[in-house]
Design a protein around this ligand. Structure first.
Ligand code: SF4
Length: 417
């Protein structure tokens, strides 16, 4: 019986063959989307980018072509588990389906603009996401694991005071093909899906550019693909979403897809956190504590990781360590202290190492597992808080912040959580 889509005529000519060895191509049509790019899967011309479809989306696409659901499963495995981008190589699909795919679909990750390798083997890629925007992705190899740090937005609207991404303003949410495309592409770049090779990416952290919970639907779809055994098969414990504290979305994530949680804390009292993480004015610390506590009821790990950037003379005193201890109270947690990575115009300095050590010791002595993040990729600006692609800033923040450094008033109110 002929395949139903055989009735469709004529098939369109195939686009020029992409390099088969490695998908390091530049998109030639990335700017055809106009000034208001759609947030969902974004076909270029009339080809659908399969990286922009989750498992259900592939089933729907196959159904629309008169194909059975198991074809969607086969596609899912070819694309995400095996990292194949050429339809011709998908040998368990009928030839007619492969030809139809070649004419009507594509597998296209964001184009790579640059690839930097640091002395410590940290890799940083700059990815073109169109309309003058570029985002960054970092791979951090360690002895027992390899961590990929992905971006979810071009820029960020939260505007944390110590963050170079926030300083660039906000352009738009990334689409699913642009978020999962980072993992898909990095897998190929690191050789992890070639036959017999061990996958180098064991962990994924949503700690790149953007606030993932403000691009919730795309973050959720990407998480589900990462966890799907037919795709990347990552453990929930090895996928971490980091948030500045978008409380309603923390509650939704707890229901929809609980993975490991990291929270950008950075200050133990509202007056200071309002300055460092402006979202705190909407979701203050007492609400954040409760949201973390609720999240732990479903979390795959029995603790929350708090990120705390160490800023000289701002949030790094031993008194403030005591305030942190009072705030976390009986919330199971770990602390990751991050020496600040200065960037031009921040007006902030990194805390001296001896003060960071004293702060860490204070937390450790109280029984909280505390690590001081080793700065990785310093020589390629890939360290935490240094990710800054190119953002067509729709908030005009960069313009307003030009040469304007606002002092942070340090208040220490007595009322603590
Ligand atoms: S720290 Fe995160 S939430 Fe804050 S501005 Fe930077 S990217 Fe956005």
């Amino acid at each position: 019986m002929p395949m139903p889509f055989m009735a469709r005529t004529p098939l369109k000519p195939q686009r020029p063959k992409l390099p088969s060895s490695f998908p390091l191509w530049r998109s030639t049509r990335a700017d055809l989307h106009g000034t208001n790019p759609p947030l969902k899967n974004d076909p270029v011309g009339d080809r659908v980018n399969l990286l922009g479809l989750d498992a259900a989306g592939l089933v729907n696409l196959c159904a629309s072509w008169g194909e059975k659901p198991f074809r969607a499963q086969q596609l899912l495995k070819w694309i995400h588990q095996r990292g194949v981008s050429e339809f011709d190589a998908m040998t368990d699909l009928a030839r007619s389906l492969r030809e139809h795919l070649a004419a009507n679909a594509e597998i296209r990750a964001p184009a790579v603009i640059s690839d930097h390798r640091a002395a410590d083997e940290t890799r940083k890629w700059l990815l073109d996401v169109g309309q003058g925007n570029a985002v960054e992705m970092v791979f951090i190899p360690e002895t027992s694991r390899g961590t990929l740090c992905v971006s979810t937005q071009a820029g960020c609207a939260v505007d944390c005071r110590f963050c170079s991404t926030g300083k660039q303003g906000f352009s738009r949410n990334l689409r699913l093909d642009e978020v999962i495309g980072q993992l898909w592409w990095a897998e190929q770049a690191l050789g992890g899906t070639t036959a017999g090779a061990e996958r180098q990416i064991s962990n994924v952290v949503f700690m790149g550019m953007g606030e993932p919970l403000l691009n919730y639907d795309v973050t959720l779809a990407a998480l589900r693909l990462m966890l799907d055994d037919r795709a990347y098969g990552l453990s929930r414990r090895r996928v971490t979403v980091s948030t500045s504290g978008v409380i309603p979305m923390m509650d939704r994530l707890r229901e929809d897809c609980p993975v490991a949680l990291a929270v950008s804390l950075h200050a133990p009292v509202d007056a200071l956190r309002d300055q460092l993480v402006p979202l705190n004015r909407k979701y203050p610390l007492d609400q954040l504590w409760s949201a973390c506590s609720r999240y732990l009821q479903s979390a795959p790990r029995d603790f929350v990781t708090f990120e705390y950037v160490m800023l000289d003379g701002v949030n790094d005193s031993e008194d403030q360590a005591d305030q942190v201890l009072r705030w976390v109270a009986d919330l199971p947690c770990k602390f990751n202290l991050i020496p600040f990575n200065p960037f031009p115009g921040s007006g902030l300095r990194r805390s001296p190492m001896d003060r960071i050590s004293r702060f860490a010791r204070r937390l450790s002595d109280a029984g909280i597992v505390t690590t001081v993040r080793r700065t990785r990729g310093d020589d390629i600006d890939a360290a935490c808080g240094q990710l800054a692609g190119d953002v067509r800033d729709r908030t005009r923040r960069t313009e307003r912040m030009e040469n304007k450094i606002i002092p942070i008033p340090i208040e220490r109110p007595a009322a603590l959580h």
